[in-house]
Design a protein around this ligand. Structure first.
Ligand SMILES: *Cc1c(COP(=O)(O)O)cnc(C)c1O
Length: 222
C-alpha cells in the first residue's frame, strides 16, 4: 500500500462518523491526488486558483474541489464553473465578486465565511463585528447565487493547546451565532488541520482540512 493510502486510512480511523475530511493537496502533483482518489477520497482542498483549475482538468470529474486559500477577485473565473465550495470568503467585496461569476456560469456556489480568530495578524478572515455589521445591512439574500453553508477558520499556530482550544471555541460560537440568519443549509464548521484536527473535532468541527499528514511536507519552491 502506498504511504498516502496508509495515512488516509489512519486519519479516517480517528474521525467520528459523519465528519467530513478535506484532503488538502495544494502543491502536490495530480498523481498523488489520484492515489488518494483510488483509496476512495473524493473531496480535495487547494489554495491557488490556477493550480486548482489545472488539477480539475487532469483528474476525474466526480472529485469535489474546495478552494481554501485566499482568493483574489480577478481569479474567481478560473474556478467558478466547477468549484464545489469556496471556504475562504473573507470580505464583502469577494462575496459580491463571486456572486457575479456564479451568475455568469448559471450556478449557485456554496461558500463558507472565513472568520479571523488566530492571534497572528497575518491570517485572513472577517472580524466578527464587521461581519455582523455587513450582514445587518446587506443580507446575503441579495447574493442569490451564493449559498452560505457555514464558517471556516484557522487557529493560532502554536503548541499551546489552551490557545488553540480557545480559538476553536471562538469559531464554534461564531457558527452558533450566525446560524439563525441562514437556516437549514448552514451546517458546516470547517476547522482543524494536520497538527490540531483532533482538538478541533473535540470542539465541534464538522469538517477537517488535512494536508501534510496525508501527502507529506509541502515544497513551496516548486
Ligand atoms: C494548507 C492548509 C491546510 C492544511 O494544512 P496541513 O497543516 O498541511 O494539514 C488547511 N487549511 C488551510 C486553510 C490551508 O491553507
Amino acid at each position: 500500500m502506498s504511504e498516502i493510502v496508509n495515512h488516509l486510512s489512519r486519519i479516517r480511523a480517528t474521525l467520528p462518523a459523519g465528519m467530513t475530511l478535506v484532503a488538502v493537496s495544494k502543491t502536490h502533483p495530480a498523481e498523488m491526488i489520484r492515489q488518494a482518489y483510488e483509496a476512495g477520497q473524493r473531496l480535495f482542498g487547494e489554495s491557488r486558483p490556477q493550480e486548482l483549475r489545472e488539477k480539475y482538468e487532469l483528474l476525474p470529474k466526480d472529485i469535489e474541489w474546495h478552494m481554501i486559500g485566499h482568493l483574489q477577485t480577478n481569479k474567481i473565473k478560473y474556478i467558478a464553473p466547477f468549484v464545489a465550495m469556496i471556504q475562504s470568503v473573507d470580505s464583502a467585496r469577494l462575496a459580491e465578486a463571486i456572486q457575479k461569476e456564479a451568475l455568469k456560469c448559471n450556478r449557485v456556489i456554496d461558500i463558507l465565511l472565513e472568520i479571523h480568530v488566530a492571534r497572528e495578524e497575518t491570517k485572513t478572515g472577517w472580524n466578527l463585528d464587521e461581519l455582523r455589521d455587513y450582514l445587518a445591512s446587506n443580507p446575503f439574500a441579495a447574493l442569490p447565487n451564493l449559498r452560505v453553508r457555514g464558517v471556516m477558520g484557522i487557529a493560532t499556530n502554536t503548541d499551546d493547546e489552551t490557545v488553540v482550544r480557545h480559538d476553536f471555541e471562538a469559531l464554534r460560537r461564531c457558527f452558533e451565532l450566525l446560524r439563525p440568519q441562514f437556516g437549514e443549509a448552514f451546517d458546516t464548521l470547517s476547522m482543524g488541520m494536520s497538527h490540531d484536527y483532533l482538538l478541533a473535532v473535540d470542539c465541534g468541527s464538522t469538517m477537517v482540512r488535512v494536508g501534510s499528514s496525508i501527502f507529506g511536507e509541502r515544497d513551496y519552491s516548486k
